[in-house]
Design a protein around this ligand. Structure first.
Ligand code: SF4
Length: 232
């Protein structure tokens, strides 16, 4: 990505242009990691989709419009994980739509990622909590196995947890988001690297923290580059 284009993306996010001058080179081409045998993966994804669509494992099924599994290519290195569908996501059946989704897309583009081609986006919870309240621990416990199955199918090289709720539930901690940023965590049986940053909905309410989010994105991109070069 040339600097002019990156500056345009940063302006779309709302970050001062000077920040981009410190940015590094373009993210390398995605490196595919074999997961399930090619022949089985579509059937496993379909089974997952059907199970989430008809899931009644927790009370949220009674108030949701539909379960929201995730969106994106099923062969990609990056997995973005948010909290839960909001009102618009519940209606449209896709995570991160609306203003927060547009900001997330701009943030991803700023590090050379595109939701349509090289990043999969999902949430910890597949059904919307009423009034967008925080998920309850028992709801997360009921729903997390779906995300674990997604990760097993995707085998991402890196995961970006956006927001406190996603980060705390993925990492099994109550530490505040500020203490989780700027380091590489690991998740699950594959020890998938996890980097933590702010939720775009929070950044829309708190634009002063966009610069910190940009630091997180550059950090994540650097981790990915090192992973791709076999240095991590
Ligand atoms: S939140 Fe998860 S566990 Fe609860 S009903 Fe929806 S899909 Fe099922």
């Amino acid at each position: 990505m040339d600097e002019l284009r990156r500056n345009e993306y940063l302006e779309a996010i709302g970050i001062d242009r000077w920040v981009s001058r410190a940015s590094a080179a373009v993210a390398p081409a995605p490196v595919s990691v074999p997961s399930e045998p090619e022949s089985q993966a579509p059937a496993l994804w379909e089974a997952l989709r059907r199970e989430v669509a008809s899931c009644t494992r927790c009370p949220l099924h009674a108030t949701r419009t539909q379960g929201v599994l995730g969106v994106g290519p099923t062969h990609c290195d990056w997995l973005v994980i948010g909290e839960a569908p909001g009102a618009e996501e519940d209606k449209r059946g896709e995570p991160f739509v609306g203003a927060a989704g547009q900001l997330l897309d701009a943030m991803l583009r700023a590090i050379g990622l595109d939701r349509a081609t090289n990043v999969y986006i999902a949430n910890v919870l597949k059904s919307r909590p009423p009034g967008n309240r925080d998920p309850k621990p028992e709801e997360v416990a009921a729903c997390l196995p779906y995300l674990v199955r997604q990760i097993a199918l995707l085998r991402p090289k890196i995961m970006l947890a956006v927001g406190r709720i996603a980060a705390q539930n993925l990492l099994g901690t109550q530490l505040p988001l500020g203490k989780l940023r700027g380091q590489v965590h690991q998740f699950g049986e594959f020890n998938t690297p996890v980097v933590v940053t702010y939720h775009p909905a929070y950044l829309l309410r708190t634009p002063a923290d966009k610069r910190k989010a940009w630091e997180d994105l550059k950090f994540a991109r650097g981790v990915y580059q090192r992973l791709s070069q076999g240095d991590v």
